[in-house]
Design a protein around this ligand. Sequence first.
Ligand SMILES: *Cc1c(COP(=O)(O)O)cnc(C)c1O
Length: 358
Amino acid sequence: MKKLYFTPGPAELYPTVVTHFQNGLKNHIASLSHRSTEFRNMFKETTADLKQLLGIPDEYYIFFTGSGTEAIERTVQNCVGKYSCHFVNGAFSKRFFTSAMELGKKPKLVDAPLGKGFNLDSVTIPDTTELLCFTHNESSTGVMTPTSEIEKLAKKHKDMLLALDIVSSVPYVDLNYRLYDVVFFSVQKGFGLPAGMGVMIVSPRAIKKSQELVQKGISIGSYHGFPTLLDSAKKSQTPETPPVLHMYVLGRVIKDMLKIGIEKIRNDTEEKAKLLYDFLDTSSVFAAFVEKPQFRSRTVIVAHFAEEKGDVRKKLAEKGFIIGAGYESNKDTQIRIANFPTHSIQDVKKLITELKSV
Ligand SMILES: *Cc1c(COP(=O)(O)O)cnc(C)c1O
């Protein structure tokens, strides 16, 4: 039976990914030295294409890491001497806060109940804050924080750096990058690659901060400190031996997306999200976990259902539709549905038909 993964990461692979891996292997990409001219050309092309796709300014740097979680740690290490401020409304934003604790910082926590958005107009941010940390799309609960709200807050605190986790909303999320200092994602969600690589988009201001921390004798880590990553990136290289084949395939997928056009990808995402929420809002079995439309994620849709309906995921899996479980304590009463570029409008319609028959 054909299976379709609507899980929020790893997810269904992007349709062209298998072919790109096959071609990459055939063409010995996996054996390329990461110091070779071919690799450096690939690095240059992929980072330039990514900048074009997402609208990232030229002066920003692109770094490669092992995962989104690593990017969280690197962000804190390189941008915080002592004080970060974290907006926590689920498991991934909590990870950001916990990383800061574990690294010996003094993070402040601003929280919102699960499934609800923040009221950013009423928060007070301590003046000592060095870095504001947001998770754009909280994949555990399906809450998306509007970027307009984040940017409004950031404009009130121009002296602070701003970090944004876009792991589960890239490439849908449309950012004014100049307002952000560190933005990061991993490749197994919106880009539809196998897991194993993260990407960081870093401002000159964040680089400067990491250099200041070094001067003050504060540890920023070792091989993935921003100054080391920058030295390598300037040579179109990475400090360590990177997953070259992954980088190749990411570059190819970005080219595929450039051909389709980011506008179309974003519009399709909106259309599919609307189909799913319209279904949830009229269903007698399911209901969207996030009530307020302005906080509803377009890319990870979370729904709860009556427990007596039994194992919804199992029923769907029997039809070939693999969807995500609710997060942690909501495992048996919620489902999570990914809406990434790999999922076609037809696929989403088919999924809704199956959900209707539960
Ligand atoms: C999946 C996810 C992460 C973690 O990314 P990994 O690549 O698994 O380390 C972080 N933040 C968000 C919002 C996520 O959805």
